[in-house]
Design a protein around this ligand. Structure first.
Ligand code: ZN
Length: 133
């Protein structure tokens, strides 16, 4: 498995409209627009930072994963995403090493990336996303 870099940090917010001001107005990061991923009940907004990005996540439904996260933990870092060279190979390798996978097969996330999540029980409590673009 080859990890290329930290692709992005996923941050759960109540509202992208309100939440983005810190990242754009205060930190001066460019705002590259938002995108809704219907099957995950989430709207995402990306803010490039050097080779990586900040991803703000806003729920589109009260039963979505981000709504549940906000209810339990409030706003904050929800996941860390690593870009890998080959996501299918990475998942097969991690499975063989006994890592619990949330997604056995990659699905399509924001920006058309192939993504898959690893279970926090196997990763020191961090929700880890793998992505291939
Ligand atoms: Zn993400």
């Amino acid at each position: 498995m080859k990890i290329l870099k930290i692709d992005h940090l996923g941050i759960a917010v109540k509202s992208i409209d309100e939440g983005k001001n810190f990242w754009t107005d205060v930190l001066g990061l460019p705002f590259e627009g938002s995108e809704t991923v219907q099957e995950q009940k989430v709207t995402t907004a990306f803010f490039p930072v050097g080779e990586s990005e900040v991803e703000l996540l806003e729920s589109t439904a009260p039963d979505g994963p981000i709504a549940k996260y906000l209810e339990k933990k409030g706003e904050g870092i929800q996941h860390v995403a690593f870009r890998v060279e080959n996501i299918d190979q990475a998942l097969a390798e991690l499975k063989e090493k006994g890592i619990r996978l949330i997604d056995e097969k990659p699905r399509i996330g924001a920006g058309g990336a192939k993504i898959a999540f690893l279970h926090p029980k196997s990763t020191n409590g961090v929700l880890v996303e793998l992505c291939e673009r």
